[in-house]
Design a protein around this ligand. Structure first.
Ligand code: SAM
Length: 313
């Protein structure tokens, strides 16, 4: 690649060696600064070990104590960066006395880091109770931002990212799931769900009706070797085969509800045609009307006419 010309002098693109030296210098400068007392919520990679900031590493290297979900798992990250620390296990469901011990150390001036197995602590991971207790004790909490699968998935999904709701893991039991999806269907925003890979196919099937007509995307193994994105629209998408996704990690992104006022008859008829194949006129009209946020009468009249036409042909 030719060097970029700036006036008379040639500006060479930075080499990897130079970049490495700049990052190392930044790390060294940060690592020399004393760490203020407080609880540090340090985000760590969700797959690619390179996705950790020099600041995050410098805090993990300086913290008086590091708490994590699984010490064996986190030790790999520390080993990859040559950081030697004693790791302690922490879960929100741990004994309240564990939290008390951490708070006492914080009050004594400790700088304590909390990490999770991957991504940002507290985001479907432990840490909330500890943050509340830390704030109640008058100690400062510092976020050290970095990877979060929810945000990475949303940005790569092709779904508008201006307004979204993070819904975490759907409830595992079907009655609670149904209620959750029905409740969320009326939220005028994109929805982000985490899900265990082996439950993905069933979850999509359960989403098909409440989210009929909405765009959907699945981001799998983000930042890892087999990173993949699949997208489509409910209900058709749910009928696709996701057996290959049964391993690994995945995020489901559901697009925002289609704006009712802007909906053309053609769009409603398209959804109705699919629904009428498997439902009565009444059920199809109810499903499509609630999924698209359109007046039921308008959809019911269209469904009746379509069914009549079908019978005449
Ligand atoms: N705290 C993490 C974060 O900030 O994203 C989330 C932890 S939660 C226990 C684990 C879930 O996050 C997985 O079941 C999956 O839904 C999602 N996840 C984590 N890493 C992922 C990745 N690399 N690709 C896709 N989804 C991922």
């Amino acid at each position: 690649m030719p060097a970029e010309k700036t006036g008379q002098t040639e500006k060479k693109p930075p080499t990897v060696g130079m970049t490495g030296a700049i990052v190392a210098a930044l790390y060294d400068r940060l690592a020399k600064e004393p760490l203020a007392p407080g609880l540090y919520l340090v985000s760590t990679p969700i797959g690619n070990l390179g996705d950790i900031s020099p600041r995050a590493l410098s805090i993990l290297a300086r913290a008086s104590d590091v708490y994590c979900e699984d010490t064996r798992h986190s030790r790999k990250l520390f080993a990859a960066y040559g950081i030697e620390r004693r790791l302690h296990a922490y879960h929100d469901h741990s004994d309240g006395r564990d939290r008390l011990r951490i708070i006492e150390r914080l009050q004594a001036g400790g700088a304590i880091a909390l990490i999770s197995d991957a991504g940002t602590p507290l985001i479907s991971d432990p840490g909330f109770k500890l943050v509340r207790d830390t704030l109640d004790a008058g100690v400062q909490v510092f976020p050290i931002p970095g990877p979060a699968a929810a945000i990475a998935a949303l940005t790569m999904s092709g779904v508008p990212a201006s307004r979204f709701l993070f819904a975490g893991f759907p409830p595992p039991k079907s009655a609670a799931r149904e209620e959750t999806f029905r409740e969320l269907a009326s939220v005028p925003a994109a929805l982000i769900f985490y899900e265990a890979a082996n439950r993905l196919q069933q979850t999509l099937a359960d989403m098909a009706q409440p989210f009929t007509g909405r765009d959907v995307a699945i981001a799998r193994e983000i930042t890892k070797l087999h990173e993949e994105l699949r997208w489509g629209r409910f209900p058709e998408f749910a009928a696709e085969d996701f057996t290959a996704f049964a391993r690994g990690e995945a995020v489901i992104i559901v697009g925002p509800p289609v704006a009712a006022a802007a909906l053309e008859d053609e769009e409603i008829a398209g959804r109705l045609a699919v629904a009428l194949k498997v439902m009565s006129v009444k059920d199809a009209a109810d499903t499509v009307a609630s999924a698209l946020g359109v007046k039921r009468k308008r959809v019911y009249d269209m469904a009746t006419e379509m069914k009549d036409r079908e019978c005449r042909e």
